[in-house]
Ligand binder design. Structure first.
Ligand code: HEC
Length: 142
């Protein structure tokens, strides 16, 4: 009898832990996004308000910024051609597409090329939850 109660107790706790896990993944996790951005983007992009360009343009206040707007950054010809042909702003939907697969959103963008100035070209983030967390974090950079 005691064993059965113990078993139910354990099952209940496991179910609870699972529910909390699912619950937490339903909302963006900014802290997780910060860590992911520092690891995935920080090698090439400055994430502070120093407005300093590195391999890529600074990402401070990038959300809702027009694409290709950083005057003292030298974008690739492919990037400029794409943005000139079809100007857009970096809203959440466009960021989501770009960090899923940069070169399918902007063909031949330097961000996904081996000559990006960093040995690792950026080929996108596979996990939708991770992309959502990164974008939630980018929104705080203002
Ligand atoms: C390997 C280096 C590298 C990594 C890693 C990288 N980027 Fe980039 N990024 C670049 C380069 C280079 C450009 C300029 C693209 C061009 O000129 O074709 C760029 C451009 C951008 C732009 C366009 C900004 C503008 O001013 O229009 C955004 C947005 C961006 N990156 C976001 C990200 C995010 C978010 C991450 C991480 C998830 C990331 N990048 C990871 C190198 C990188």
């Amino acid at each position: 009898m005691g064993n059965r109660i113990l078993l139910w107790g354990i099952l209940l706790l496991a179910a609870l832990a699972f529910a909390v896990g699912v619950w937490k993944r339903m909302w963006p996790d900014v802290e997780m996004g910060r860590r992911l951005a520092e690891n995935n983007c920080g090698v090439c992009h400055d994430l502070n308000d120093a407005h300093r360009n590195r391999k890529g343009p600074f990402l401070w206040a990038v959300v809702d910024r027009p694409a290709g707007a950083i005057a003292d950054f030298t974008y690739s010809a492919a990037f400029l051609a794409s943005v000139k042909a079809k100007p857009f702003v970096w809203d959440e939907a466009n960021l989501e597409r770009f960090i899923t697969d940069p070169s399918s959103f902007i063909p031949m963008t330097r961000m996904a090329q081996r000559d990006a100035g960093h040995p690792l070209a950026f080929e996108g983030i596979d996990s939708a939850a991770n992309r959502r967390d990164v974008i939630a974090y980018l929104k705080t950079l203002k």
